[in-house]
Design a protein around this ligand. Structure first.
Ligand SMILES: Nc1ncnc2c1ncn2[C@@H]1O[C@H](COP(=O)(O)OP(=O)(O)O)[C@@H](O)[C@H]1O
Ligand SMILES: [Mg+2]
Length: 153
């Protein structure tokens, strides 16, 4: 699957991430044996964290989602449901072992989890084949972003 969307401001990116969140949430309930993983790639300021913010809001998470750069992994309970949303930032990651030490492998194994990873290309080889990849690029105008979705399956 490949899909390219251009958003013209942050409001459109938030709206898009909400639609994806609803689909992802429904998909999560289907038969799976590991977490639903969304790999976010693209430069600084390209909109990765904004996308997670809209996504979390659509799941009913009230807590303000911030860039987890220093924490690396942040966990949000999804209200009224089993499971949690994990927001991971690999920007400052020194190696996969750092994630393993924080319980990354167990997080990926739980089918009730949704795991969103910024700078996910840095841990690509550790992610499930069914990962949904979302790539952010700047577009000709200042507030435009080109957002590409692709999956291997
Ligand atoms: N179309 C757009 N989509 C997302 N963010 C946008 C857009 N236009 C402008 N912005 C701004 O770009 C910045 C994106 O920041 P952020 O989501 O933290 O990026 P990243 O996590 O990729 O470093 C925010 O300041 C946001 O307001
Ligand atoms: Mg970010």
């Amino acid at each position: 699957m490949r899909l390219r969307v251009v958003t013209k401001n942050i409001t459109q990116t938030l709206a898009l991430s909400k639609i994806i969140a609803r689909e992802a949430d429904a998909f999560r309930r289907t038969n799976r044996n590991h977490a639903l993983v969304i790999g976010l790639t693209g430069g600084l300021g390209s909109g990765k964290t904004a996308f997670v913010q809209g996504f979390a809001k659509a799941l009913g998470i009230r807590e303000k989602v911030r860039s987890p750069s220093f924490l690396i992994i942040k966990r949000y309970i999804i209200p009224k449901q089993r499971g949690a949303l994990f927001h991971i930032d690999c920007f400052r990651l020194k190696g996969h072992r750092e994630l393993t030490a924080l319980g990354f492998d167990e997080i990926l194994q739980d089918p009730t989890h949704i795991v969103m990873i910024e700078w996910a290309e840095r841990v690509r080889t550790f992610l499930p084949r069914q990962t949904l990849w979302v790539t952010f690029r700047n577009a000709p105008h200042r507030n435009w972003r080109c957002i590409m979705f692709h999956t291997a399956a």
